[in-house]
Design a protein around this ligand. Structure first.
Ligand code: ZN
Ligand code: ZN
Length: 294
């Protein structure tokens, strides 16, 4: 089989990704407009949807379940959480997982879709606006996501990932009017996008490094706070399959608390947890330190 070439670095950018740039501009304008339509109900709707899309969806599903298979669950739970992930407006699960698996394979080296070594702004949003990382071809997807490409439901959710926000947006419009849409859709997704992008930019630049990984990943508490624990990114690069990223008691990791809750409900099992003496408990499967990402 011919190996797909990963031409994702900054030097391969070919100009503006038109539709993405228009959508991003519109969502940022909507997010600013929301500041002029503040109501308690609209703020609450945005907060709830932020948890659903960012924690249940991106952290617990797209990242720790689909990308790294850090735990096992029933298919219906996987599909439900993946649906939640589409609400974050970060693309379908197959695109997201492929991009992130490539990031782990090439971290801060040639082929990484978003390394700050090519510029802070590039790693944050530039790669979305002008990079080739948005344009995976079929060969790349089937190489990096054979598991998801075989799953018809995941393919469906990937093809129609934007529909969930249309449905929720219409529901918000009917329930609370324009303020609910501005906060619940525009502000909430824009804030969530920047939070996730900070994991690509800030936690490859600023923070502390517990593990001497080959990349520049860091642990950063304020990124962890707004991403439900994804900011413990140096822990994560050192132990990519671990479903737990906050490894010390003071490293708040709400995504891990969510996965633990699933386990208590009987909805998650075979949970991989990084082997650090003071956090591993006997009830969890201990992950070998050298275990590689899928
Ligand atoms: Zn990283
Ligand atoms: Zn990862």
């Amino acid at each position: 089989m011919v190996q797909p070439t990963l031409m994702y670095g900054r030097k391969y950018q070919k100009g503006l990704n038109g539709i993405t740039a228009i959508a991003m501009t519109a969502f940022h304008i909507g997010a600013v407009a929301a500041l002029f339509f503040v109501t308690k109900g609209a703020l609450l709707a945005a907060l709830i949807l932020y948890f659903v899309g960012g924690m249940l969806g991106i952290g617990m599903a797209y990242h720790r379940l689909l990308t790294h298979r850090g735990y096992k669950t029933y298919k219906w739970v996987e599909y439900f959480l993946t649906f939640c992930g589409t609400l974050a407006l970060e693309g379908g699960p197959i695109f997201w997982v492929a991009t992130h698996r490539i990031h782990h394979q090439k971290s801060d080296r040639e082929g990484d879709p978003h390394t700050p070594r090519e510029g802070t702004w590039w790693a944050h949003m530039g790669w979305i606006l002008t990079g080739e990382g948005l344009h995976h071809d079929a060969a790349v997807l089937s190489k990096y996501c054979p598991d998801l490409c075989r799953d018809r439901v995941q393919v469906f959710l990937s093809n129609w990932h934007w529909v969930s926000n249309v449905i929720v947006g219409l529901g918000l419009l009917a329930f609370g009017g324009i303020p609910y849409v501005l906060w619940g859709i525009f502000f909430r997704t824009t804030f969530g996008l920047h939070s996730t992008w900070l994991v690509n930019s800030a936690t490859h630049l600023w923070g502390s490094r517990r593990f001497g990984t080959r990349d520049d990943s860091t642990n950063n508490w304020w990124v962890a706070l707004i991403t439900f624990g994804e900011g413990w990114h140096n822990n994560h690069h050192a132990h990519p399959v671990s479903a737990r990223h906050g490894l010390a008691w003071y490293e708040l990791d709400l995504n891990w608390i969510g996965i633990s809750t699933l386990r208590r409900l009987g909805l998650a099992w075979d949970i991989k947890v990084a082997k650090i003496a003071h956090v591993v408990t006997t009830e969890h499967q201990v992950m070998p330190a050298e275990e590689a990402v899928a």
